[in-house]
Design a protein around this ligand. Structure first.
Ligand code: DX5
Ligand code: ZN
Length: 228
């Protein structure tokens, strides 16, 4: 199976919310591929971000964007529908949340949305592998979820390698995403391990020229792999 294209997904969590309209346009016009939206409920993670109404607003601001919605919430089965109705293109739920994960993934796909499954740094990847045929994306968290601006956990790369191996061996059509602490130094490590979707919040939004930063990140992410 041909290698999957590299996808760069700026995380809106790190945007300046006082200028959300401008920030979203800046990210979409930067040459990035997806927009990553972090939904936090104050239960599953110790932080609260925003909800489906804001997703709907972002969909209106950027109708052409692929909205990659990451639900860090305790009961994803209760809210999946409303996030899809609000415009999610990819909806990712956590394996560790309180739900019947098979049913939630099925519900997401039945609604015509791409289904993602996320695992925290301490969760064994072996628990997620049997679900791979049921999903479109596996997200290996490279920080403990809840906050932007944390340091990349290099030990997660072992899980990324195992997931990529499984995906290859079973010829599955699954994107492999990493989220947390990604920058010009860490993206290459993640891509070499087998990731093809790079979420970056703090690193991209702090840049004056996001277009240049996305192009740089893209070449840094692939240079080690390209060199063999
Ligand atoms: C963490 C979120 C991430 C976060 C990434 O809970 O899921 O998407 O915004 O932020 P940075 O890139 O700042 O580590
Ligand atoms: Zn995220």
């Amino acid at each position: 199976m041909a290698p999957r294209p590299l996808i760069i997904a700026p995380s809106i969590l790190a945007a300046d919310f006082a200028n959300l309209d401008r920030e979203v346009r800046r990210a979409v016009d930067s040459g990035a591929d997806w927009l990553h939206l972090d939904i936090m409920d104050g239960h599953f993670v110790p932080n609260i971000s925003f909800g489906a109404d804001l997703v709907r607003t972002l969909r209106r601001i950027a109708p052409e964007a692929t909205l990659d919605v990451h639900l860090m919430i305790e009961q994803p089965d209760r809210y999946a529908r409303s996030f899809i109705d609000s415009g999610a293109d990819v909806l990712t739920v956590h394996l560790e949340a309180h739900h019947n994960v098979h049913k939630t993934l099925e519900l997401i796909r039945d609604m015509g949305c791409r289904a993602g499954l996320a695992i925290n740094p301490l969760t064994m990847v072996e628990n997620a592998l049997p679900l791979l045929p049921q999903i479109d994306l596996l997200l290996c968290m490279t920080v403990n979820p809840g906050f932007g601006g944390q340091a990349f956990m290099v030990e997660v790369l072992e899980k990324v390698r195992a997931a990529r191996r499984y995906i290859r061996e079973h010829a599955l059509n699954v994107d492999l995403e990493v989220d947390g602490g990604l920058n010009n130094d860490t993206a290459g490590l993640a891509v070499t391990a087998g990731a093809n979707v790079i979420v970056a919040g703090t690193f991209l939004f702090k840049q004056k020229n996001m277009r240049e930063a996305v192009a740089n990140l893209r070449s840094k992410a692939t240079e080690i792999t390209a060199a063999g």
